[in-house]
Structure formats: C-alpha cells, structure tokens
Design a protein around this ligand. Structure first.
Ligand code: URA
Length: 251
C-alpha cells in the first residue's frame, strides 16, 4: 500500500503540493470513483488510479545496493570528483530519478563499501534518524598497531561513547555507544570492525582520532541486517531483492 499523493507524484504528476491541487479539483479517481484525500492509501498491485481519465502507471520505489569505490562522492553533482550517480546507467538519468533517487546517508570520498540508493524517503528517514539507532558496521584499518591492553581500552571507550573533537563546522560531541571488535589473533592489531548507531559527520574517523589513532582505510560492510555482497566488484550495483529490502525495514 502506498499514499495516493506519493503514488501520483511518483507517477510523474508533479510535487506533492501540485498533486494536492489536482486532487482538490476532483480530477483523480481510484477504481472509477473521485477521491480528494491525498493521504488515502492505495494498493499498487490492484487499484486503478487515473487522473483526468488517464490511467497512472505505477512506479514502484527503487532500491539499489552499490559497492562504492574510493574517489567518488555521494552527491548529485560535484565540480571536482565523480559522483556515485555517474556509476548508474542512463535509465537512472530521467527527471523522476534526478528528483527522487538519493543515497541513504553519505560515505566520504575515500570510504568504500555498502551504499544504498533509493527513492523511498520513508526508509531513508528510518535508517538515518538517530532515534531508530540503526547499526552501521565498518571495517577499519588503523595507522598504528594496538597492543592488547590498549585494544581493550578502545573497546570499552567505544562502548561508553567517545567524545569527539570539533571538525570544520561540526561541533565537538559525545557519540553514542559503539561496538568495536578486533580482527586477528596476534598481540598487535590494526584491523577491526566498528558498529555505530548514529551518523555524525566523519564519525568513525573522529572516534579513532579521539582514541589517538588514525583510520587509513574505511569500508562499510553492513547497514542493519543487510550486508555488502562481497562478490560484488567496486563500482557494481544491483536492485535489491524483496528479501534484502525486508532486511533494511527490519530495524
Ligand atoms: N565515518 C567516517 O568517518 N566516514 C565515513 O565515510 C562513514 C563514517
């Protein structure tokens, strides 16, 4: 089920406010009956929606998983760098996608890994809102190797919530509790995973900087229960299956 105004707007009938006007004018019918309520929910599979007697082709939300390579920015346009949208084919260059397709959160230009692009603003809100505490897991390689006592201190600092310094226009802040898991068995380690439950600007890099280290390689490997498909080459993308979309909604 989808809201009628959203369906009309996705069907190419303009912004939500112009769609409201259209509804007020009585031009919209659902299964042959005039409707005026923009918040009405319709069944994309079975209901027939028309405007001025013309059937609206229902466009489902689009969900793409990308293995973001380093060197690309998460912006529609950028004077300096290539953007993740440049990696998509021409099918995604229509005015509808220009207006509606967006990334769920952003990865830095030099960060790789799991990126979701979607037209579904509700899902984006669910995943990015600090209230929903959706975990995002990163593989991290550090500049300095850490011995076991210091490694344990990192784990407990992250669990308590690290105080990060200001960066650019971003103020200093207390991060929420995060989970650090070291990788490997030696006494000195420089690789771990970190799961954070919010999305502050440069959060992972600022956490390790506050701990006295530096991130030299960063890759997002999971968002909630959805993991990056490791068979995927950098720069590849595919539409998410229904099961993968379900995993994202399960947060
Ligand atoms: N934290 C960072 O520091 N960079 C990213 O790209 C994502 C999370």
């Amino acid at each position: 089920m989808i809201r009628l105004d959203k369906l009309l707007s996705h069907g190419g009938l303009g912004s939500r406010s112009s769609v409201k006007k259209l509804l007020r004018s009585g031009a919209v019918t659902v299964n042959g009956k005039s409707v005026f309520d923009s918040s009405m929910r319709v069944d994309e599979e079975n209901d027939i929606v028309a405007a001025d007697g013309k059937k609206i082709e229902i466009r489902k939300e689009v969900y793409l998983m990308m293995h973001k390579p380093s060197g690309y920015v998460c912006a529609k346009r950028d004077g300096l760098h290539r953007t993740v949208f440049d990696l998509l084919g021409d099918a995604y260059r229509t005015p509808f996608f220009e207006d509606n397709l967006h990334t769920i959160g952003r990865l830095d230009c030099d960060t790789e890994g799991l990126l979701i692009l979607t037209t579904d603003g509700e899902l984006t809100h669910r995943i990015t809102s600090p209230k929903s505490e959706c975990g995002k897991t990163y593989f991290v390689r550090l500049a300095k190797k850490v011995r076991s006592a210091e490694g344990s201190a990192y784990v407990s600092e992250c669990a308590k919530g690290v105080h990060i310094a200001a960066e650019g226009r971003e103020k200093e802040a207390d991060c929420k509790s995060a989970e650090l898991v070291w990788i490997g068995s030696g006494d000195e380690k420089d690789e771990c995973t970190l799961t954070i439950y919010e999305g502050k600007f440069h959060e992972v890099k600022r956490i390790f900087s506050a701990l006295g280290n530096e991130v030299v390689y960063l890759k997002r490997i999971a968002i909630g229960a959805l993991r990056l498909d490791e068979s995927f080459a950098k720069g590849d993308w595919h539409e998410l299956s229904e099961d993968e979309i379900e995993l994202l909604y399960r947060i």
